[in-house]
Write a protein that binds this ligand. Structure first.
Ligand SMILES: *Cc1c(COP(=O)(O)O)cnc(C)c1O
Length: 378
């Protein structure tokens, strides 16, 4: 794709779409069944084979989280423990159910939920934990599951960043209670927008399949065969959260390319780590890409005082950067639920900067970004 004018901008992130995705979309358009049907069923089957257990596709990752929480019986009067340092989608999905998101602190190294912080945030109303696999790493997930097991809590993993990451020899989502993925345009694989819920819990599966179709019971199979049911019952609140065939076609093609896309992210991130190893002030949040598929490449810059200035100097040199994320306990809607200070989140956040990462970056781009960062810092 040709940039028309000006110096080339190295984008923070972007969708990476090839001929396979374009052909798949054209095939759906030719069949003139754009809604939820055979293409969604095929994408779900392919995801199920990948995870080794069922996946239910929905319209986006936020909807996946909301439906998973609701299917697990979480709602009004309940509390969910969640790291403050996450996209607001995690918090919104919890509050959409009527439950209260209780902001928890992180480990400084990985920026993932610190299991040692859970005890002091818990109350009699706590029903679930939502760990967030920040940047693609799962952090101390086993300790979080152990804590949940001791206290009888559900675990709904926000795995939006972690499609393809392997933990204890299995892909994230293959084990554990419930995992939710996002297939939004810039995630590790995309279906345009989209997401899925992965679990072995048959009751949760049944509830999310109904809830994504306005609570119309047992409509999924009928839809897959092109015939929706007209004489149905509804016993629970539902939403229009299903995935369309158009989205599923893109997602399925991307799933087939997952090794290529993941490998490229890993190569580029490893190149960043090598290039940054001479800069003691700059510490990558992720550094081992054998098992982790990096979704973003955040670094912590020691003593960083003026992040906005740094970002605009880099932008002037053609390098886009990001900030992941403003802590949710500082947002007006959620500040009132903050239970105790979050010292690690508050000290890490001002020093975080996310460097460009997507599979279409060239090898040379990495060195270029690192040198522009060095100049902008000096
Ligand atoms: C992208 C994302 C989501 C939500 O996914 P959408 O598909 O955008 O709704 C949730 N949590 C995190 C951490 C994300 O990055």
């Amino acid at each position: 794709m040709a940039e028309v004018t000006g110096p080339r901008l190295i984008r923070l992130s972007k969708s990476c779409i090839g001929d396979a995705e374009k052909r798949a979309v054209m095939a759906v358009l030719d069949r003139e069944h754009l809604g939820m049907g055979a293409a969604v069923q095929q994408f779900e089957e392919a995801l199920g084979a990948y995870f080794g257990r069922p996946a239910v596709c929905v319209v986006n990752g936020t909807a996946a989280l909301q439906l998973a929480l609701q299917a697990a019986g979480i709602g009004e009067e309940d509390e969910v423990l969640v790291p403050s340092l996450t996209y607001v989608a995690s918090f919104q999905a919890i509050s959409a159910t009527g439950a209260i998101p209780v902001a928890c602190d992180i480990d400084a190294g990985s920026c993932t939920l610190n299991p040692s912080d859970l005890g002091q945030r818990m109350s009699v109303r706590t029903k679930a934990i939502m760990p967030v696999h920040y940047a693609g790493g799962v952090g101390r997930l086993d300790e979080i599951y152990a804590f949940a097991g001791r206290h009888g809590l559900r675990v709904i993993e926000d795995a939006a960043h972690a499609f393809g990451t392997v933990h204890q020899g299995s892909p994230v989502g293959a084990k554990g209670d419930i995992a939710c993925f996002s297939f939004d345009g810039i995630k590790n694989i995309t279906s345009g927008e989209g997401g899925c819920i992965v679990t072995s819990d048959q009751e949760v599966l049944r509830r999310v399949r109904d809830a994504r179709l306005l609570g119309v019971e047992n409509d999924t199979l009928a839809r897959f065969s092109g015939a929706r049911s007209w004489d149905f019952d509804v016993t629970a609140q539902g939403w229009r959260y299903h995935m369309s065939n158009l989205m599923a076609a893109i997602g399925h093609a991307q799933l087939s390319r997952r090794a290529e896309l993941a490998g490229r992210r890993q190569q580029l991130a490893a190149a960043y780590v090598r290039r940054l190893s001479n800069s003691p002030r700059i510490r990558p949040i992720l550094s081992d890409f054998g098992a982790v598929v990096p979704h973003i490449f955040p670094v912590r810059i020691d003593g960083l005082a003026d992040r906005n200035g740094l970002r605009s100097r880099m932008k002037d040199q053609g390098v886009e950067t990001g900030v992941h994320y403003r802590p949710n306990h500082t947002l007006s809607l959620y500040a009132r639920h903050a239970r105790a200070p979050l010292p690690v989140t508050e000290s890490v956040y001002p020093e975080l900067l996310t460097l460009p990462l997507h599979p279409d970056l060239a090898d040379d781009d990495i060195g270029h970004v690192v040198s522009i960062l060095g100049q902008a810092l000096s």
